[in-house]
Design a protein around this ligand. Sequence first.
Ligand code: NAG
Ligand code: NAG
Ligand code: NAG
Length: 370
Amino acid sequence: MFLQLLEQLFLLRDVFIGLIITAVIVYIIHRLSSTKRIVDTSRNPKEIHIVRSPTEWDHLYPTINKLTNTVKILGLDCEWLPYAEGETESRVALLQLATYDGLCVLVRLCQMSHDDLPKSLLEILANKSIIKVGVAVKDDGDKLERHYNIKVRGCVDLRHVVPRIRGFYECKSRGLYGLSEGILGYKMSKIPEVRCGNWEAPEFTHDQIHYAAMDALVGIDIYIKLLLTKILNHIPTRREMDAQFYLHKDYKQTVIYLYDGAVDKAYKFRGTVLIKPEQRQINQTFTQIKHKDTLLDSSPQSSNQSSVKPKTPDVIVEPGYCYMCGLPEPVRILRSSVEFISRTHNGKTCKICSRCDKHELNNDEKFPKI
Ligand SMILES: *[C@@H]1O[C@H](CO)[C@@H](O)[C@H](O)[C@H]1NC(C)=O
Ligand SMILES: *[C@@H]1O[C@H](CO)[C@@H](O)[C@H](O)[C@H]1NC(C)=O
Ligand SMILES: *[C@@H]1O[C@H](CO)[C@@H](O)[C@H](O)[C@H]1NC(C)=O
């Protein structure tokens, strides 16, 4: 009797272990088949050059000229100090460029004389046949024109390009961060101390240099990966991206397919609700914002925008943190406080700091499958 019971217990144990193993196997198979895993195909900059004077640029120019003659694409990004109190904009401090082969140039505009900017740099930026890719790259170009009278032409916003490649990538948002994660499988650094750091400092820290270079490099890498996805009709590997992709017979027409109609076009929000904070009460530990003002529906879709009556609901925004980087509000970095902007995300109002906002415009516009 006792032995029989023991036997049954052992049998039960075996059945139990068997069940667990089966469950684990089923789970693993499910994970592997159901999630489209994007292997990290990001790369580190091949070289990073910091340019503080026309002479330093002149040394680099022959190399850059050769590279942009081969592949007429540059990654472009800009950095500036957080806005000071009462300011609506701060001067661009740094211009970052990245070539297709991973050469990154950090041009410290704030350390250079306005009238003495290298002619060949201005020519590259103004040359419409060398396209500049990035998120909100047109806005960066406009800023450079306002602050330094630098003309930037050939700007192609990645958010225009991404929807042209469908069925391969899933991105959480159309900011550079979201695109990088979804397309390159690379999570960009979100450290607020670096992102909102002192871009006018006499010397950059190691983290600042890497962050600044990656911002431009990720832009061009996303473009190249999308380009190759279209040409090859599959997700390219790092090796395929490094190969001489520009020699492919479909290269030229695909580059044009990607940017056609998008050059120097500003990207418009779609379906994003902006709430302009009018009245805010800042508490030391947390902020409570009460909005009793206009909800702006900035949808360019409605051809009849002027007739859309602004709604005026009462919205109470949860106190808290930047939805993107987790920066707590209120925050003071350097000489100013970082502006927080309210947006709706999945039907909920959340906040986003102005730094992240630059990268994460349209954060509630979750991609279906692109
Ligand atoms: C623009 O760049 C292309 C490619 O590098 C070059 O062939 C062309 O001469 C440049 N145009 C001007 C006006 O500099
Ligand atoms: C600030 O916080 C305290 C409690 O932490 C609260 O009693 C007070 O009402 C808050 N003030 C404002 C203006 O929200
Ligand atoms: C635009 O609004 C006006 C006035 O509300 C309306 O008569 C007109 O049909 C609208 N046009 C379109 C294209 O929706």
